[in-house]
Design a binder for this molecule. Structure first.
Ligand code: IMP
Ligand code: MG
Length: 178
């Protein structure tokens, strides 16, 4: 275990088994129809790689970089695209994949953006959802695990861009947060 981790919340086996379930469920729901799987950079990279390899069907893999600003407790706000998609989503199914649903602002704005671009359908899949009350009414279509309101790292999640490579999800030690 990494010395900056206080406690492991989800280990590699728990992650792998849930990812496999999600992949099977999502594949069944799209039923062979083409879907553009959009990785929300950078946090969703490990989850996306694992998830798409548990999906069958007709998948086009793409990625987007986004940062949201504005009041995170309100559903209004703007999203700044820092890395654009390669695909044109108009008339196509889009599945946005993200690491964690916290305030929900970034993901809800990305969904709205894909809808504005004319996607045929827009769904989302997050690996984690924090059990908090939030301002946005949007809810992801697929959720891996619900977790308590703690700051977690690993499996794509960072603190100051570190720890994304950890193969498990852990709670960071307070003394590692500077
Ligand atoms: P929000 O849902 O718009 O608040 O933003 C979600 C983003 O905040 C995620 O994609 C993560 O990058 C980051 N984030 C939220 N909670 C955590 C956490 O516990 N650890 C690491 N990053 C987090
Ligand atoms: Mg992040």
């Amino acid at each position: 275990m990494h010395p900056d981790v206080k406690e492991i919340l989800l280990n590699e086996e728990q992650i792998a088994s849930r990812v496999a379930e999600l992949g099977a469920q999502i594949s069944a729901d799209y039923n062979g129809e083409e879907v553009i799987a959009v990785c929300a950079l950078n946090g969703a990279m490990p989850f996306t790689c694992d998830l798409v390899r548990k999906m069958d069907g007709n998948i086009i893999l793409d990625s987007i970089g986004a940062s949201s600003y504005g009041n995170s407790t309100k559903s209004s706000g703007e999203v700044k695209i820092t890395k654009e998609l390669k695909q044109n989503v108009a008339g196509r199914h889009v599945l946005i994949i993200d690491d964690i649903f916290d305030s929900g602002l970034t993901l809800s704005l990305l969904v709205k953006l894909m809808e504005e671009r004319g996607a045929k359908s827009v769904k989302s899949c997050v690996f984690l959802e924090k059990q908090i009350s939030r301002g946005v009414t949007y809810r992801p279509d697929y959720i891996g695990y619900e977790i308590p309101d703690a700051f977690v790292i690993g499996y794509g999640l960072d603190y100051a861009e570190k720890y994304r490579q950890l193969p498990y999800i852990g709670i960071i030690k307070p003394e590692a947060v500077k």
